[in-house]
Design a protein around this ligand. Structure first.
Ligand code: FAD
Length: 542
């Protein structure tokens, strides 16, 4: 059976070297993954390369929300909100193991810029734009009920609250599952392959020159057309690889902090309004942790160097103190931080916050289609627009042949809407059959749908001792996971959610990597150092 495994990566690179493609995509975040899935669903032959790990750029550093964007209502960006809410509905359907409904509550205070009445109108509009298709329509909450639901909430000046539905997700796994789905359609993709140059013929790019950052060799990918989906690296790619380049981005940095659920016990997500900065900060409860974020500050640096600063941490702690003064949250309570760069397109706005979140697709005469900006939530639709745009570079017969995308089906058939429900219903039976605690089996079913059964069988045959060992196996064999940090940061929530960042699980997890990838002692040390280096760089504020 074809698996999207670490071993498959070598076979894919061999094909990149020896075949030619309709489309070659540069960048394997959610935009590249979505484009690859869309193009292959139309029958195009696609190659995709990612310079680091899949989703290691912005796509694992988001607020992890699939949302209409209540904030955009204020800017009257109704089209953006409608599109996002329509896509939210599709994602619930095609990725139920990755996208989960979540209730959000916005407390309103006497001095809030938007009072109860105006916020109520916004809530109605949000329901209308979602065609009343959220798990529930919005609710008005009185002051007393708001305090019952959030006992630690600032009570002084509170006049009431509104509740509405959106969704949270596993951003990294959504990207990787999208790559996997594209691979099942025929995409030939590889992580840790960087585009370092291009080959021109008659001023048009005809091939990419790529460096395999694992094996070290340099090779070419020939294609009829190229897509750049390098997100916040767009200007760097333009300047360094294409040379003649005018700056297009206004990148901004956003950081998040994670907390133990017991330390900041939120049962529903909270929307904290920073009226002075005209910003929103979310408090998001997930099954493994609480996430607080985000910030939005200009970031002119290289996205590869982004990390959280002391000022970012102080700002988010001050928002928590304002809304939950009784919780006494301090720096010591923070488990981890993460930071990302928004690939926003420069539009002349006065501030970061006012810069549009809309994506932009444009064609470059050098035979490359560029895309930048946008939101996770709308990636599927955005990918469809990108490929439609790309097809304009193709002859009419091929345009007709590749005209119809097919991306509204499950990302993973074993986690289709029905199979996901089936898996959840079978957890008790599997728990008995495999003599495993039901909570552990349920977690597997929630993360993998019916694929959990294959994993339980594997766990039994390999005598795995812990849930995270079987997850490590799944990451290596079905999610092209090559490194320990790929696993800790982008295939599991261990780094972000555990007080010790998952150090106590290290031996168990390394054991699986050694078995599957044949690591030597020196490789194990190198891998642990990589993970430690990430911690030192990202959490240098501590
Ligand atoms: P990236 O994920 O950055 O992918 C670009 C990739 O290109 C990188 O992996 C990079 O390694 C690769 N690359 C660069 N150069 C090369 C090269 N030379 N060769 C090969 N590969 C290369 N959206 C939502 O809908 N919901 C949210 O809750 C949300 N929260 C956000 C919070 C923050 C703080 C930020 C920053 C963004 C948020 N977004 C959210 C927006 C969303 O995360 C981004 O729009 C999306 O992840 C961008 O994905 P991308 O694929 O375009 O870029």
């Amino acid at each position: 059976m074809k698996t999207f495994s670490a071993a498959q990566r070598n076979r894919n690179i061999h094909r990149m070297k020896t075949e030619s493609f309709d489309l070659a995509i540069i960048g394997g975040g959610i935009t590249g993954a979505g484009t690859s899935r869309d193009a292959t669903s139309r029958g195009m032959k696609v190659a995709l390369v990612e310079a680091s790990d899949f989703a290691s750029g912005t796509s694992s550093r988001s607020s992890k929300l699939i949302h209409g964007g209540i904030r955009y209502l204020e800017n009257l960006e109704f089209g953006l909100v409608f599109e996002a809410l329509s896509e939210r509905k599709i994602l619930f359907e095609i990725a139920p193991h990755l996208v989960h409904p979540l209730k959000f509550v916005i407390p309103i205070y006497k001095n809030s810029k938007v009072g109860m009445f105006k916020m109520g109108l916004g809530m109605w509009l949000y329901d209308v734009l979602s065609m009343f298709d959220a798990p529930e329509t919005h609710e008005a909450i009185n002051e007393g009920d708001a305090l019952k639901r959030f006992p630690l909430l600032q009570s002084s000046g509170l006049v009431g609250a509104y509740g509405y539905y959106d969704a949270y997700m596993d951003d990294d796994r959504l990207t990787i599952e999208t790559h996997r789905s594209a691979f099942n359609n025929g995409a030939v993709s590889a992580n840790y392959v960087k585009v370092v140059d291009v080959i021109y013929e008659n001023s048009k790019v005809v091939a990419l020159i790529c460096k395999d950052l694992i094996q070290g060799d340099v090779f070419q990918i020939q294609a009829k057309h190229f897509v750049s989906s390098v997100g916040p690296w767009t200007d760097i790619f333009g300047r360094e690889v294409l040379k003649n380049w005018n700056t297009v981005l206004r990148p901004t940095k956003g950081i998040h902090l994670t907390f133990d659920r017991k330390r900041l016990p939120l049962k529903e997500a909270i929307v904290m309004l920073d009226d002075a900065k005209n910003r929103i900060v979310f408090g998001i409860p997930r099954h493994e942790m609480i996430i607080i974020g985000t910030t939005d500050t200009d970031y002119p640096g290289n996205p590869s160097d982004v990390h959280t600063d002391k000022l970012d941490v102080e700002y988010l702690l001050s928002m928590i103190a304002e809304y939950f003064p009784g919780a006494n949250i301090t720096e010591q309570d923070i488990i981890a931080s993460y930071s990302g760069v928004r690939p926003l397109v420069y539009d002349g706005s006065a501030t970061e916050g006012k810069t549009s979140r809309e994506h932009k697709i444009w064609s470059d005469p050098r035979n490359i289609t560029f895309v930048a900006g946008g939101k996770y939530t709308t990636y599927r639709h955005m990918a469809e627009q990108i490929v439609d745009f790309v097809l304009e570079a193709f002859p009419i017969e091929e345009r007709a042949r590749f005209a119809h995308p097919n991306t509204k089906k499950a990302l993973n058939e074993k986690a289709s809407h029905d199979n996901f429900q089936r898996a959840l219903q079978q957890t008790e039976e599997w728990s008995r059959a495999f003599k495993k605690p039901e909570a552990e089996v349920r977690l597997l079913a929630e993360r993998h749908g019916l694929e959990a059964l294959d994993l339980l069988e594997k766990s039994k045959s390999e005598n795995y001792r812990s849930h995270w060992q079987v997850e490590a196996y799944q990451a290596i064999s079905n999610a092209m996971c090559l490194n320990l940090d790929d696993f800790y940061l982008r295939r599991s929530p261990l780094f972000l959610s555990l007080k010790d960042h998952g150090d106590s699980l290290l031996n168990d997890i390394v054991e699986v990597f050694v078995k599957e990838l044949g690591w030597s002692d020196s490789q194990i040390k190198e891998q642990i150092d990589r993970l430690e280096n990430h911690k030192k760089t990202e959490m240098c504020w501590r």
